[in-house]
Design a protein around this ligand. Structure first.
Ligand SMILES: C[S@@+](CC[C@H](N)C(=O)[O-])C[C@H]1O[C@@H](n2cnc3c(N)ncnc32)[C@H](O)[C@@H]1O
Length: 313
């Protein structure tokens, strides 16, 4: 038997391809939301944050600016800021004047987009030591030992809501075990009316629809499949039983998709699940943090209680 050796990058690529295949061949097909973020998907997400219907970004920004001094007091000055799913790094950038980090480590699955963002940011803030790291932290979050202590993990945009309850606890516990004297600064979306939720995830300009449909192009690139986005439509559901918004792609006709070694037939009206976005209450998020080993938390919110920013230790 041959002992075939691969590079770490090839191994990761192989695991990602297997992960997509398992989801596509499942009885109820799904694709992990991280595959929404190929280079085009990352740009589309940035466009979503500019939509008037997409309340999370604007509301979170409002909370950060309203409570800037208090938040800075909790985080402290001159530490290390570790941005989980940094994207265009705009939110971290808005914190720089108040918390003045000495070191900024930005992690993202979308490596190319992240590296472009960091290049621009480093030119603006030459005195902050910046490190972009391409990483999928949905399985394991591992911060290099060389990253200085007094670490503030920054997890805005309610991205925690993409994870199921046990996965969220797993990630929060890993954060807690690596803060080294620092804490967690996180943005969390709160439960609200169906109307506000549906408007935010199914905007009039159809940017979110394009973002969701683009996952099929991202999958085509990853596994060599032949998804045709014109045979699908973006679908949003609010699932009250588990307090979350769910994104799907619905097939508009019966179709067969193939890729090397596999194929799958979808019936008309079949759904591919692409994202969960859990919504929290102040109590439910505090409980989740306690279950993950955080012993204290301070919470700031907006007048409509649409969103919350939390600092936990
Ligand atoms: C909803 S966007 C948030 C971007 C930015 N932090 C913000 O709040 O506007 C989620 C970001 O996390 C990244 N991401 C999603 N899943 C990830 C994973 N499993 N590992 C690393 N990054 C991930 C995406 O590429 C994207 O940049």
């Amino acid at each position: 038997m041959k002992n075939i050796k691969t590079t770490p990058e090839a191994h990761i690529q192989h695991q990602l391809i297997s992960e997509i295949e398992v989801g596509l061949l499942n009885i109820t097909p799904y694709i992990s939301p991280k595959f929404l973020y190929d280079p085009l998907g990352s740009h589309l997400f940035t466009a979503i944050t500019l939509l008037p219907e997409y309340y999370p970004t604007v509301t979170e920004k409002h909370i950060f600016s309203e409570f800037e001094n208090e938040i800075a007091h909790h985080v402290g000055l001159g530490g290390t800021l570790i941005d989980l799913g940094a994207g265009n790094c705009e939110k971290a950038k808005s914190l720089f004047p108040s918390i003045q980090p000495s070191c900024y480590v930005a992690l993202d699955f979308s490596k190319e987009y992240l590296e472009d963002s960091i290049k621009k940011l480093q030119a603006e803030y030459p005195s902050i030591q910046m490190t972009p790291i391409g990483m999928d932290f949905s399985k394991k979050l591992s911060i290099p030992d060389s990253v200085p202590s007094n670490r503030t993990f920054f997890y805005p945009g309610s991205s925690l809501g993409n994870f199921l309850h046990d996965e969220a606890i797993n990630l929060l516990r890993q954060i807690k075990s690596q803060v080294r004297g620092g804490g967690l600064l996180m943005g969390i979306d709160l439960m609200k009316s169906d109307e506000a939720l549906i408007n935010a995830y199914d905007d009039a300009l159809k940017v979110t629809a394009a973002f969701n449909l683009n996952i099929l192009r991202s999958v085509n690139t990853m596994i060599g499949s032949n998804f045709n986005i014109e045979q699908f439509r973006h679908l949003v559901k609010v699932n009250h039983a588990v307090n979350r918004v769910e994104l799907y792609l619905e097939t508009l006709e019966e179709l067969t998709v193939s890729w090397p070694g596999h194929e799958r037939t979808f019936q008309k009206g079949e759904l591919i699940h692409t994202e969960n976005s859990h919504k929290y209450t102040i109590n439910s998020i505090q409980k989740l943090l306690e279950q993950s080993g955080f012993s204290s938390s301070t919470i700031w919110t907006d007048p409509k209680q649409y969103f919350a920013v939390i600092y936990a230790k």
